[in-house]
Design a protein around this ligand. Sequence first.
Ligand code: NDP
Length: 294
Amino acid sequence: MTSTLIDGKSFSSGVRGRVASGVAGLAARGIVPGLAVVLVGEDPASEVYVRNKGIQTREAGMASWEHKLPAETGQAELLALVGKLNADPAVHGILVQLPLPAHMDAEAVINAIDPAKDVDGFHILNVGLLGTGQKSMVPCTPLGCLLMLRDRLGDLSGLNAVVVGRSNIVGKPMAQLLLGESCTVTIAHSRTKNLAEVCRSADILVAAVGRPRMIPGDWVKPGATVIDVGINRIEEDGRTRLVGDVDFDSAARVAGAITPVPGGVGPMTIACLLANTLTACCRANGLPDPELVG
Ligand code: NDP
């Protein structure tokens, strides 16, 4: 079997287009969604992410603010900035780029963000709302995965879903979302026994581990839909490459559909950040949530 490629680049450009239309619709009412991103320190990867977020936010027609603070900034100073952004009606979304420097309490900072502006969906209130199936801000990467799965498979109910990885930012919210779609969900992790067998039971296999090509094709059920969240930088054939947690070549021979790395889940994450900012803005103005896919 040769699988269908789930093209995250093209799918995310559709989502960004819908967000841009939603933003244009709000402009007619004099409303401009705004996203504030806070970066503490000079981590080069974080700087690239923050720059890209700013560019795409502006491209979607939203207001964008970048607050860059030195690595030695104190927690109180960061909390004061978060407080200021919470109180600013022009700011609908606040994202504090993680990881924060080691001297800071990341949980306290995230939980200081107004939950209605928590476009990363990491605030404990949003975690609880998602866990209890209530309306929340949903973390961007799992939301992107879900949108691609719905687009590919339509109704997900009754399907066996295996999520490999149980982090708070990907694995757990992904599992909650799939449960919300009435999948039968298994969460696997580093202590899981017979991981190969567990993976082989999956109609939907989501890999969010951080280990290059850990999941080979013979762990994939024929026809399964494989979503590879992993982003791993490896040296191969004398050059640096980005690869996923799934061994793409062997898995693509077995799966029904599969996301590539790069060009799969990655582009959906920023698209969903923009979507969450638009959603937060609509909610702040008493408007219905926007439709993100056609
Ligand atoms: P974490 O390191 O926080 O979590 C990794 C998870 O994988 C843990 O639950 C861990 O289990 C599990 N794990 C580790 N080794 C094994 C193993 N041998 N077998 C089974 N499970 C294992 O990572 P994240 O969730 O933050 O990220 C996962 C990957 O996704 C990374 O490559 C990251 O770069 C990528 N990522 C991509 C994004 C995107 O936009 N595409 C966004 C966010 C992340 P345990 O809990 O037992 O330790």
